[in-house]
Write a protein that binds this ligand. Sequence first.
Ligand code: URA
Length: 482
Amino acid sequence: MQTITLSSDTDFAGWRDAARALVLDGVKPADVTWMVTDSAPDLFGDDGVTPQSRAKSSVTFNVPARFVDFAKSAILHRDVERFAILYRLLCRIHADPDLMQVATDRDVALVQDMSKAVHRDQHKMKAFVRFREIGREPKNRFVAWFEPAHHIVEATSPFFARRFADMEWTIMTPDVCAHWDGARVRITPGVDRTSAPSEDRLEETWLSYYASIFNPARLKIKAMQAEMPKKYWRNLPEAKLIAPLIAKSGQSVTAMIADAATDAKPAPQRREPPMTKAHRSPTGSIEALRDEAADCRACPLWEDATQTVFGEGPKTARLMMVGEQPGDKEDLAGQPFVGPAGQILDRALKEAGIDRRLVYVTNAVKHFKFVPRGKIRLHQKPNTSELKACRPWYQRERDAIKPDLVVALGATAAHSVLGKATPVNANRGRLIELDEGGRALITVHPSYLLRLPDKEAKVREYARFVDDLIIAAGVLNDAKAA
Ligand code: URA
């Protein structure tokens, strides 16, 4: 029996060096015990080999990149057996290099599931860590408390370093703490929950921000609970707002409708809840695509974004609308067109006689691209390679929905829908036959209307936008009548 002692729970390099040497020595998985320094009991240690004490062999062997990718994340799983499972799979891959292709193999599936769980946990950490400001400038620090399900803090802290590069911050967890001083991330041992700060100014800011983005007309309690499991609620300052906001929501929706009536504006519509599990169909369905896209790494935009913002709407939609990319609000909410551009879109659709609840709404690029400016995240236009990397998602959404008409909002969407750069002004407002079936209509992006400097141009361009959407409504009516 050999005991391998790794330097930490996340010591991938140590595991890799030891595992490689063990495979080359022909050591069977059953003859290895894996331990981590802190948890390793000194009692009963036999040969106590550490990867560092093992002479590095000059002989080596190749493993598929796919295995390395999965192993790097699976090793962060909290399962104490993970090192042994990975070693067993490595031994089997050494004998059968194509094994990773066999998705039904028990070890392959185990490692893939661990890797998925780790990615999911990283996503939760990116979405739910909330910093609280401690002290006052110039000696202030932003501190957050988080309880990860897996050993993800070191691997996820570069994301926070990029996003909050200008702040000095600390993320405390029971496993380890991560500290950013503006230049590098330091990792120190974990702390007790009582070290987490409670009240401060940032909390108030966050609370009012959260209340301002909370839209009762879009309230989806089930989806909210699924996205934000209860165990995270107690660490979120805004959690205490959720119950009152939910309780108030019936009242707020009524108030919104009443406001709209006195304004003689159309009443805001309650959107259909996103597809729930009950609506799910097998692989190839929108839900299966959405799950797959949650881990998309096809371009670097996932690194700084909070999450993949996939399309949403009924799978029977006859109309699909494609925007450019999620904005700040969409990135946080995980839904397309819920911010200012979404409000214009909702209003224009209503005026054109289109029920947004019947439209499948998505974006050409599924991750928010931005540059941080202090606490603000400034939108950046996606480049062609990001657009191309993301296009397969649009194509697969379109193939799943099979709409009669795809409306491209702006140049980026037009590029994705037509597969080539297509100027908006020269092509807007006319129906274009698509090779894959159905038709496309190009119009401007609603954000363009928001950016117009003078009121007159805003009114004129908004009316043209509605006119384009009326053409879309006509196609839908013709299809219905046929
Ligand atoms: N702009 C877009 O193109 N899409 C969104 O989802 C939001 C703003």
